[in-house]
Design a protein around this ligand. Structure first.
Ligand code: PGA
Length: 247
């Protein structure tokens, strides 16, 4: 399966830095065709500027969250229809930082996935255990529960990707062992059977401290169909190096 390398800029990037980063990646992508799909998820304030900066290149654009409704009286929120209108093809949903900072539940995330689907966006659903949960041997149970609770019933395989992001690996420089990632991804693939048609066509991403130095090994693990990259996606040379290992 063609891999997806997604850059989650989180709450980083003012106009000048974000534009410089997007332009540099677009320049590289125009010069050297990649064998993977490359997605930039800047903060909402930069979507239009990044869309214009990457226009004509193969780089795709994604949001970092959306509301459950497409419009209405929801001050400060952004809808899936608005993301689509701004040029997005994807939206990250259920990231652990939103689950923690905004107390997002599986039920809420499920409604957001349905909204993304209805707006024609591909949802990148994040799941993953905390350090305590892994130490207690509960990693598989946790991702199963998150997947069961947050994946709507009527999803096509092309409308969703799942990102396995252990909370303890995000921004820490620590990653699970290859065998641990392989185990979770095989488990997720199995859990998708019966939930949707063509479960083998759903991309399963790994996220959490993906860097140029470990990307090749991480992306070679069975059932790892791409990466969700935080910190390293803010440096053009690093994100580009990761993208090349996924080709
Ligand atoms: P990180 O973040 O690459 O900085 O660990 C990954 C993520 O939160 O998606």
């Amino acid at each position: 399966m063609r891999k997806l390398i997604a850059g989650n800029w989180k709450m980083n990037g003012l106009r000048a830095d974000g534009l410089a980063l997007a332009r540099e990646l677009a320049r590289r992508a125009a010069a050297t065709p990649l064998a993977c799909d490359l997605l930039l998820c800047p903060p909402a304030t930069l979507l239009a500027a990044v869309r214009d900066a990457v226009a004509g290149s193969p780089l795709q654009l994604g949001g970092q969250d959306c509301h459950t409704r497409q419009h209405g009286a929801h001050t400060g929120d952004v809808s899936a229809a608005m993301l689509r209108d701004a040029g997005c093809s994807h939206v990250i949903l259920g990231h652990s930082e939103r689950r923690i900072d905004h107390h997002e539940t599986d039920a809420l995330i499920r409604a957001k996935l349905a909204a993304a689907r209805d707006a024609g966006l591909v949802a990148i659903l994040c799941v993953g255990e905390t350090a305590q949960e892994r130490d207690a041997g509960r990693a598989l149970d946790i991702v199963s529960r998150q997947l069961a609770g947050s994946l709507p019933d009527e999803m096509s395989a092309g409308a969703v990707a799942i990102a396995y992001e252990p909370v303890w690996a995000i921004g820490t420089g620590r990653t699970p062992k290859a065998a641990e990632i392989a185990q979770v991804h095989a488990h997720l693939r199995a859990e998708l059977k019966g939930r949707l048609a063509a479960p083998e066509a759903v991309r399963l991403l790994y996220g959490g401290s993906v860097k140029p130095g470990n990307a090749r090994e991480l992306l070679a693990i069975a059932n790892v169909d791409g990466a969700l990259v935080g910190g390293a996606s803010l440096v053009a040379a690093d994100f580009w190096a990761i993208a090349q290992t996924g080709s």
